[in-house]
Design a binder for this molecule. Structure first.
Ligand code: AVI
Length: 321
């Protein structure tokens, strides 16, 4: 372990790059995939035929709209808080049903990016003009804390896309616990979890032949090049995916195809790579009911219902306190 306590870093990204690339084995966090280009690449991934997650979750919401919306609404009004709303394509199924059935609710999409919220609000104004939208710019947990007694009525917290899968179990429990702490006894959490399945289906989803996933993975190197004045040669790294069916963990790596040195000027750092040396960049955890129930219990939550698609590829669970 390197001692980097005396180095002044301009950002958490710089510090994480320093720590990750001076560790053995090397690692970088997938949270740094996402800038303007990374967001666009992820949109492209969601349209890939191999990336079944988005379609499965859309189908679950489309085939169970009434049951899910009725569970959200209960007998009185409520508020729907969505963490990381994206383009809202899936959520609009539920929003439309709630409006058509004259349910009293506000929709509060939460995102760190004001741009993403502005785009979503624009499309909602056009498609669902009578919807009451209250966009919330900020981090998930600061916003949840701030909203803990918004309208002082039931809250439903929505987290779609199996984003929890990009966290190690320990961090996933932390994530669930922070949500649990912001919930009142009547509140509900509705969250998507990609399921364990044929390992080949999973490998294919993270290994598309068009190379979009590879470009997405390499975007972290591209960001280091532009934001830290580094000289990663993107052609001398390739994307590699593994899946462990026992643990349900898919892992993405970037592998150096030659012995090389990379300079990161802003960190005053030269990194040496051996031929075939890896940088671990992402985990995409796959689940089954036992793992989800274990995570929930660790966070003092209970699974009370779930919805799946006909192939059991993906599942959305309802949690209560
Ligand atoms: C955002 N997250 C749930 C995606 C996943 O499936 O792990 C990110 C992704 N990485 C490669 N393809 C998609």
């Amino acid at each position: 372990m390197e001692n980097n306590t005396k180095i002044k870093f301009a950002s958490a990204f710089e510090e994480d790059v320093y720590t990750g690339l001076t560790s053995y084995p090397k690692h970088l966090s997938s949270k740094y995939f996402y800038d303007k280009k990374g967001d666009k690449l992820f949109q492209d991934i969601m349209n890939l035929p191999e990336y079944y997650l988005t379609n499965c979750e859309y189908n679950i919401l489309a085939n169970n709209t009434k049951q899910i919306s009725d569970a959200f609404a209960g007998d009185d009004g409520f508020d729907l808080i969505e963490l990381g709303a994206g383009d809202g394509k899936k959520t609009k199924l539920v929003l439309r049903y709630l409006i058509d059935n004259k349910i009293d609710f506000d929709y509060l999409p939460v995102d760190i990016s004001q741009n993403a919220l502005d785009d979503l609000e624009g499309s909602l104004k056009e498609e669902l003009p009578s919807l009451s939208v209250k966009p919330q710019q900020g981090t998930y947990f600061k916003t949840l804390e701030r909203l803990s007694d918004y309208n002082s009525r039931k809250k439903v917290i929505l987290v779609l896309g199996s984003n929890i899968g990009n966290l190690l179990h320990e961090d996933a429990i932390d994530f669930l616990r922070q949500i649990q702490e912001a919930m009142s006894p009547d509140d509900m959490l509705f969250m998507g979890f990609d399921q364990k399945k044929n390992p080949q289906t999973i490998l294919d989803a993270y290994n598309d032949p068009t190379g979009v996933t590879e470009a997405f993975n390499k975007n972290v190197l591209e960001r280091i090049n532009t934001e830290m004045d580094a000289d990663f040669d993107l052609d001398s790294f390739f994307h590699w995916e593994t899946y462990n069916p026992e643990t349900g963990t898919a892992k993405s790596f970037l592998i150096s195809n030659k012995k090389q040195e990379v300079n990161i000027k802003n960190l005053d750092l030269t990194i040496h790579f051996e031929t075939w040396e890896s940088i671990h960049t992402e985990i995409s955890q796959k689940y089954d009911d036992m793992i989800v129930e274990w995570l929930a219990s660790q966070a003092d939550l209970k699974v009370t219902d779930s919805f799946t698609d006909e192939k059991n590829f993906y599942k959305n669970y309802i949690f209560r306190k």
